[in-house]
Design a protein around this ligand. Structure first.
Ligand SMILES: C[S@@+](CC[C@H](N)C(=O)[O-])C[C@H]1O[C@@H](n2cnc3c(N)ncnc32)[C@H](O)[C@@H]1O
Length: 264
């Protein structure tokens, strides 16, 4: 790998000691966006996971976070994704030696094959914003969670609402990098208060915590610097670093939210 020492240094993030133990080459080979293991570890600061729990990892991509949850917390995971097939993810899970407790599933978010009330916890990292912003989605999604169980997500989001035009530093290209702001994707970025209202208004869950991830933009920048130092990672996306650096956490970060489905 290009610049292995630099990649290792950047991925050894003291804020995320569990994630920092994982092989940088494995992370770059399986990444599909800002370091999913950091997002996962951040989520577990506010969402308890106990050994033996049945966990749905929704939109798991290449299943890195499913491996992480199984290894670090002893939970059993259903690694659900759409773009990545179950057969592809099974290979990753076998290689990581967790295929006895992480089960790959390919299913679309609106056509999930699970029994009502099956999961003790549902997690979703850098994925829920793709399908979960409609007013009715949580009513469907939360039925797979048992009463008293929790749903936790971390999504890229907004620090403040954008009033009027998208700010210039997010809307314009930087050198060879296209604009950060792709409306097809960033149109689903919202603030923490937006997400809290979005779930609380359903009356189906109690939002226990919902806030911007501390220093989220700095982690995003560090991740992107690591990815580019390592040759661009699996995604090969152009770098986001110039836009994130110019933004300095004024607009873009991560929202972390956990809600509990009340007991009857
Ligand atoms: C940006 S990737 C993040 C993947 C992974 N969580 C990670 O952080 O590495 C978004 C993931 O959401 C999943 N996704 C998007 N739309 C979906 C849908 N309608 N149903 C199920 N999964 C979906 C994709 O398959 C993709 O793997």
């Amino acid at each position: 790998m290009k610049n292995l020492a630099k990649v290792k240094r950047l991925l050894a993030n003291p804020v995320f000691p569990r994630a920092s133990k994982y092989d940088p080459a494995w992370i770059l080979a399986n990444e599909m966006g800002p370091n999913a293991l950091w997002l996962a570890e951040s989520l577990t600061e506010v969402m308890p996971l106990r050994p033996g729990m049945r966990v749905l990892d929704m939109g798991c991509g290449r299943a890195m976070t499913s491996v992480f949850f199984a290894r670090e917390f002893g939970v059993t995971v259903w690694a659900n994704d759409l773009w990545i097939t179950a057969t592809q993810n099974l290979a990753t899970l076998r290689e990581a030696r967790v295929d006895d407790r992480v089960f790959p599933i390919r299913a679309e978010a609106h056509a999930l094959p699970y029994a009502d009330g099956f999961f003790d916890a549902i997690v979703s990292l850098d994925s829920y914003h793709y399908y979960g912003t409609s007013d009715t989605y949580l009513a469907y999604f939360s039925k797979f969670l048992r009463q008293g169980g929790r749903i936790g997500i971390v999504v890229p989001g907004l620090v403040r609402d954008i009033k009027g035009n998208v700010p210039g530093h997010l809307a314009r290209p930087f050198g060879k990098s296209p604009p950060f702001w792709d409306p097809k994707e960033c149109g689903s970025f919202h603030t923490a208060p937006w997400w809290k209202r979005h779930w609380a208004a359903t009356g189906l869950v109690e939002v226990e915590s919902c806030a911007l991830m501390k220093d989220g933009w700095k982690h995003w920048l560090r991740w992107d610097e690591a990815r580019m130092a390592g040759g661009g990672g699996h995604s090969g996306f152009p770098t986001d670093a110039p836009a994130i650096r110019a933004d300095r956490g004024r607009y873009v970060g991560f929202v972390r939210m956990v809600a509990r489905k009340p007991l009857a």
